[in-house]
Design a protein. Sequence first.
Length: 141
Amino acid sequence: MNSKARIAIICAVLICVAGVLWMATARHRSLTTLTYSQFLEKVRTGQIANVIVMGSDSGAIQAICRLKDGNAVRTVLPSDYRDAMVAMQDKLVNVEIRDSSSGPLRLFISAMPFLLVLGVWMFLVIRKFPNGRFILPLMDR
């Protein structure tokens, strides 16, 4: 396989990975965002069926809410969201709390810089040593 074919394969793989990441994150971007006040109002009027709270160490906490009409919305809760929890418990909202660092996509996103550096390194090594002699160059002496 010549170097142009290798470059084409590497580019195709990188484009596919970028597409998968874009598709995985596009689902959350398309959700309507509610302010905290709007969220509390919907909870108090009984429009929220369930909430998935994504735990975080950074202060603000993301939550994805399923309304009783079937639509999904998202909101950002403050780090101390006791008032919201009391209101959700009063209205019997199903609350699920998840760790935001869990999930296979999060691991892949965290590893992305390393994988990009590895891809660039492999690209440069393939260009420098097209015959594969980079494995043990000192053994040729």
